[in-house]
Design a protein. Structure first.
Length: 70
């Protein structure tokens, strides 16, 4: 399962979206990670989003067949 992350202004206007895919981090934690290049007011930015499942580092490993690995 992928997550769709939407970046908005304070007024709620959408700026960009990016996909965060499942990931097993090098630390042993699980979560989601995505990155993209976006444009805001004519300037380009490289952006990243990372969601780490709390306590997943010590949890038993699940099937990694569908997930990206670090």
């Amino acid at each position: 399962m992928n997550l769709i992350v939407e970046i908005k202004t304070e007024q709620g206007q959408p700026i960009s979206t990016l996909v965060a895919a499942p990931k097993h981090f090098k630390t042993g934690s699980r979560g989601f990670h995505g990155q993209a290049k976006i444009e805001i007011d004519g300037k380009r930015y490289q952006t990243q989003v990372q969601l780490v499942e709390i306590g997943s580092k010590n949890a038993p490993a699940e099937d990694k067949s569908d997930d990206e690995t670090a």
